[in-house]
Design a protein around this ligand. Structure first.
Ligand code: A5P
Length: 244
């Protein structure tokens, strides 16, 4: 089946990436489980493998992913019992070609995603081809998680940096609240005129900012699915595969 005659090529691409990513989980591993629609497919596949006898423990990056994993019988743990993870599999909103720098957090889970990724030996990112960009911030705004108290003054300081922050709101107009009970400010990275590294440093120095969705130099590998197979990107080299 080709891209043209597939009923939902994007969904098929995500599934291909997710299946390959899930196949990288090995017996005995402690695994980080990501958040978002691609990660949900990864969790589904990992759940299938656990039912077939795979022995792992896992920590999820959101309440939603945790619930999904529990419902599929994946044994869950926490950082008190498992301070280090072998592999985290997650999605991304943007993957910058070449550097494999990421923007994450449009699922609202960037803080836990970064904590889990930082505690992992490897971060494997599963995406469909629409996520690849030449420059970070060219498609998606950058989510920045902030403390609700005084968010307006935090936003004002981010505005001074040129980020043009906008509060993320739900359909009812109320602020979106993360699993950590924080707000999200959507920031415009290109408008700031800063490089991703400069932006990350400026955000980290801003009081009231809890974490930001720039994941720089964190991805070990990116698997890009398509209807026909997968492509694997690594920070220093690119290789292709046509696994069905
Ligand atoms: C969650 O907070 C995000 O970082 C997700 O990983 C990202 O939004 C990708 O989600 P999809 O797989 O649904 O595109």
């Amino acid at each position: 089946m080709t891209t043209l005659d597939h009923p939902d090529p994007a969904e098929a691409a995500k599934r291909k990436a997710a299946e390959w990513a899930a196949s990288q989980v090995e017996d005995g591993m402690a695994v980080g489980l990501g958040t978002g629609s691609t990660s949900a497919l990864v969790i589904e596949e990992v759940g299938r493998r656990v039912s077939a006898g795979l022995r792992i423990t896992a920590i999820a990056t959101s309440e939603a992913s945790h619930s999904e994993a529990v419902s599929l019988g994946i044994p869950m743990t926490d950082f008190a019992h498992q301070p280090h993870l072998d592999l985290t599999i997650d999605g991304a909103d943007e993957v910058e070609e070449g550097t494999l720098h990421l923007i994450k957090g449009h699922g609202g889970a960037l803080l836990r995603e970064k904590i889990v990724a930082t505690a992992s030996s490897k971060l494997l990112i599963a995406v469909d081809p629409r996520k690849l960009v030449k420059t970070l911030g060219s498609v998606f705004l950058l989510p920045v998680e902030v403390v609700p108290f005084g968010w307006e003054t935090t936003a004002a300081r981010l505005r001074d940096h040129g980020f043009a922050p906008e509060l993320r709101v739900n359909d009812d107009g109320r602020p979106y609240i993360t699993d950590g009970q924080h707000y999200i400010l959507h920031c415009d990275l290109p408008k700031s005129g800063l490089t991703p590294e400069q932006a990350a440093a400026a955000l980290k120095q801003t009081v009231g900012v809890v974490e930001h969705g720039l994941f720089l130099g964190m991805a070990s590998r990116v698997v890009i699915g398509s209807v026909d197979g997968i492509q694997i990107l690594e920070a220093t080299r690119t290789s292709s595969s046509s696994l069905k």
